[in-house]
Design a protein around this ligand. Structure first.
Ligand SMILES: NC(=O)c1ccc[n+]([C@@H]2O[C@H](COP(=O)([O-])OP(=O)(O)OC[C@H]3O[C@@H](n4cnc5c(N)ncnc54)[C@H](OP(=O)(O)O)[C@@H]3O)[C@@H](O)[C@H]2O)c1
Length: 267
């Protein structure tokens, strides 16, 4: 039986993707840390959609976390033809005063787990007539963002990794899509940030969870290389590219400095 594996499938965008995939008849394997939330989602989706759903509680920061996901699938004979590397950790903080573990978490989940899961599952993905990898980037991938330095760099990594691997696998049965959403209301941090913006900004740039999920899965199934949900967000990338990089980066730094509400000395 074929499955779509979604990391971080218990909450936020991963949960939206899980419901979207289940609605299209895909069996699901969901991975997250919190067992109880995972069990609730597995039970909810199994009741609502005629698909098989299983969950594995694992911390992808653990050195053997990604390997345990792969071993679970092998042990249970779950055949994965779609891998959705969605789990990720965001947030903003001044780098200088941050705990080293803060950066480590983002590197381990956003980069290491995504790369290792892709590597472990590649052989299995090759055995199906058509397979997909959907990697979760962010609009931040397009900008070096002060106070989100590790996060935005991690998403730039996801962008380059996905594009490069897509070329390596060209002509094979594996499609690789990277998606770069702007803000989506998923957790406390995103609620706070998005709600601080004006109504018009929200209307233009913020998409709802079910819309993002539908666009993501459609883009993947259409073998798109990059998906940026929302016309305004695509325009934003084009327009901001015309601005001098130093100006762009200063504006973003000011924006996040203000958001953090801290008085941080300028150079
Ligand atoms: N929300 C946005 O505005 C936005 C915008 C652009 C891109 N993104 C990207 O979209 C992805 C999902 O973001 P989100 O806002 O939906 O996040 P979220 O609401 O915080 O959900 C994160 C999911 O990942 C799981 N997770 C987190 N750390 C994990 C770990 N160490 N091991 C295993 N699972 C872990 C969480 O479950 P547990 O806590 O139980 O582990 C949860 O299921 C991320 O890659 C993020 O960078 C989000």
């Amino acid at each position: 039986m074929k499955y779509t594996l979604i990391t971080g499938g218990s909450r936020g965008i991963g949960y939206g993707l899980a419901r979207e995939c289940a609605g299209r008849g895909m069996n699901l394997l969901l991975v997250a840390r919190q067992q109880d939330t995972l069990e609730e989602v597995v039970s909810e989706i199994s009741k609502e959609f005629p698909v098989k759903v299983h969950g594995l509680a694992v911390d992808l920061r653990d050195s053997d976390g990604p390997l345990r996901v792969w071993e679970w699938c092998r042990k249970e004979s779950y055949r994965v033809d779609i891998l959705i590397n969605n789990a990720g950790v965001a947030g903003s903080t001044p780098f200088e005063s941050s705990d080293p573990a803060y950066s480590d978490d983002r590197i381990l989940v956003n980069i290491r787990a995504l790369v290792l899961l892709t590597r472990y599952f590649l052989t299995e993905l090759k055995t199906h007539p058509q397979s997909h990898i959907l990697n979760m980037g962010s609009l931040s991938a397009y900008y070096p963002i002060a106070y989100k330095s590790v996060y935005s760099a991690s998403k730039a990594f996801v962008h380059y990794f996905s594009r490069a691997l897509r070329q390596e696998l060209k002509g094979s049965n594996i499609n690789i899509t990277v998606i770069h959403p702007n803000g989506v209301r998923t957790n406390e941090g995103t609620f706070k940030r998005i709600d601080s913006h004006s109504g018009i900004t929200k209307k233009l740039f913020v998409l709802e969870l079910d819309e993002i999920s539908r666009i993501a899965v459609n883009g993947m199934l259409k073998h798109k290389s990059i998906v940026v949900p929302g016309v305004a967000n695509r325009m934003l990338i084009i327009i901001t590219r015309l601005l001098p990089a130093a100006f762009r980066e200063r504006r973003l730094a000011n924006m996040f400095r203000k958001e953090l509400g801290e008085i941080i000395p300028r150079e």
